[in-house]
Design a protein around this ligand. Structure first.
Ligand code: ADP
Ligand code: ZN
Length: 518
């Protein structure tokens, strides 16, 4: 079996002339019988990486995918293409499952989609053991790693399941979101040689990243939709209540819109999803329950009306824009209060302390993204372990405000953090600097510090934002879980020693405009 055969299938079965970046390398490796980890951006074309080998192998390809709601659609689409595919998940009765297993044993299918929860059952694993499985494709493979942002315990059963399968199928793990640590974890758990990783990079050149701050959310969205009238887009919010509020608001302004969240009835959800997929509504307002695996190629914008909890989740959701490769917008509307909401979600969750700790850290990274003045794409790629140049397109790269030299203010903040022996967080640092007089300050005797009141001419909020900026820019670091404490980084020390300058772009001071022709 060689690449020429794969190229042939690409053309005749799927109607495409060329492979997308990464597809060829992945398929080549899979056909050579090597376990593989494929890291490709959303919309990169991961499905073909296992569908084409499935058609070339004589036995069965099993696809593990958490997207139960979409399994039927995917299988229908394959069937329409003349490919013998089927699925087994909790929507089927035991009898139906047994019938399908029988057909599978008879070799009636090329592809079988299963939900990861199936692997929790020994009965099912034994049933799989009777099937001639050549390839096990694991979609959304980051779900196997506790370092990832969407860990699913059922995925852990995969490694044991693989060992128990008598055919010892080869493994192809696929994901659009994996830090280096997550990638390592996936490889280790699924016995993939790290050399078997194919990573096309995370950059999405057609995606324009924007962070919006200090603006009224509703006004911003309404204005945006006016300018982009009729375009397909997704607006994400963090709570069902906010989803419904925004939906009502947009309906009032005659936007063709539908809501989506886990609290809606199944059939309502399904209808809304289809209305969006088939362009009967333009805008979907949704919680993060919407989107995984949604293959709508012409989504032109994804707006986050509230900040999500992790950068991985953000980039994955934002990446649902522009799967057709055409220019698209990913906009994050950032308000500090929404960070507190995410903080609250973590507090209230049932995670153990270690996981909470990690979740708080991820939220800090997300907040830094919102506050950085560096290239947004570069920030994301760096987070995923990829070096890159500034993109030249994002809202920071195109921010033409003059940068101000704020070295003196930065030094005040940094020295205050040093004086507090890195034992306090942003709130206390801002309070000390602005000379606040409250119980906390009195109890800890902080008003005697030399940096107390050093910035009393500024509001606490703006000092707080300055701290966010210095953290995002790498002069400070926030460490710790629920109540992170600030400390000065090596870069910050350089500034304290007077060996460098800090620049920051701030809102343009309003100038008297000069009339033309004068
Ligand atoms: P992913 O799972 O990586 O997010 P999909 O596998 O759903 O992406 O593919 C995204 C879209 O790209 C699909 O509509 C698919 O048909 C299309 N596609 C995949 N490979 C190619 C190719 N080689 N040429 C053109 N279109 C492709
Ligand atoms: Zn940029």
């Amino acid at each position: 079996m060689d690449l020429a055969a794969a190229q042939q299938v690409l053309k005749t079965t799927f109607g495409y002339d060329e492979f997308r970046p990464g597809q060829k390398a992945v398929i080549e490796q899979v056909l050579a019988g090597e376990n593989t980890l494929a890291i490709m951006p959303t919309g990169g074309g991961k499905s073909l990486c296992y569908q084409i080998p499935a058609l070339l192998f004589s036995g069965l390809t099993v696809v593990v995918s958490p997207l139960i709601s979409l399994m039927k659609d995917q299988v229908d689409a394959l069937n329409d293409n003349g490919i013998a595919a089927t699925f087994i998940n909790s929507s089927l009765s035991n009898q139906a499952i047994n019938e399908r297993l029988q057909e599978l044993r008879a070799g009636d299918y090329t592809l079988l989609y299963v939900a990861p929860e199936r692997l929790d059952s020994d009965y099912f694993i034994r049933a799989l053991g009777q099937l001639p499985i050549d390839l096990l494709a694991i979609d959304e493979a980051h779900c196997i790693s506790q370092w990832g942002h969407d860990f699913r315990p059922s995925y852990l059963a995969l490694s044991t399941a693989i060992e128990q399968l008598p055919t010892h199928p080869q493994v192809l793990a696929l994901t659009a979101t994996a830090t280096e640590q997550v990638a390592q974890d996936i490889c280790q758990r699924l016995s993939i040689d790290p050399k078997g990783e194919v990573n096309t990079g995370f950059a999405r050149d057609n995606l324009n990243l924007t962070v919006v701050k200090d603006q009224d959310t509703d006004r911003y969205i309404l204005d945006y939709l006016k300018v982009n009238h009729g375009e397909a887009g997704i607006i994400y919010a963090s709570t069902r209540k906010e989803v419904m509020r925004l939906t009502t608001l947009l309906q009032k302004h005659h936007v063709k819109v539908a809501p989506y969240h886990a609290g809606l009835d199944d059939d309502v959800r399904r209808k809304n999803q289809e209305d969006f997929l088939f362009d009967r509504v333009d805008v979907m307002v949704a919680t993060n329950a919407f989107g995984m695996g949604i293959d709508k190629s012409n989504v032109r914008f994804v707006i986050h009306a509230q900040v999500p909890g992790t950068l991985e989740a953000y980039y994955q959701e934002a990446g649902r824009a522009g799967r057709d490769g055409l220019p698209s917008e990913a906009i994050l509307i950032f308000r500090p209060a929404d960070t507190q909401l995410q903080h609250f979600f973590i507090d209230e969750s049932e995670m153990d302390d270690e996981h909470k700790h990690r979740a708080y850290h991820k939220l800090q990274v997300m907040t830094q993204y919102a506050n950085t003045q560096g290239c947004l794409q570069q920030f994301i790629l760096k987070y995923f372990g990829e070096a890159s140049e500034p993109c030249g397109r994002c809202s920071n790269c195109t921010d033409d405000r003059e940068a101000q030299d704020i070295t003196t203010d930065a030094q005040k903040v940094l020295s205050c953090v040093v004086r507090l022996h890195s034992r306090f967080g942003k709130g206390v640092v801002a309070q000390v600097l602005t000379g606040a007089n409250n119980q906390r300050i009195r109890e800890s005797n902080l008003s005697t510090l030399s940096t107390y009141g050093l910035m009393s001419n500024q509001r606490q909020k703006s000092v707080s934002e300055l701290i966010d900026f210095l953290t995002a820019a790498g002069y400070l670091q926030a460490v710790g879980g629920q109540y992170p404490t600030l400390s000065v980084t090596q870069m910050g020390v350089t500034i304290l020693k007077g060996k460098g300058q800090v620049y920051r772009k701030t809102a343009r001071t309003v100038q008297q405009s000069v009339p033309e022709n004068s």
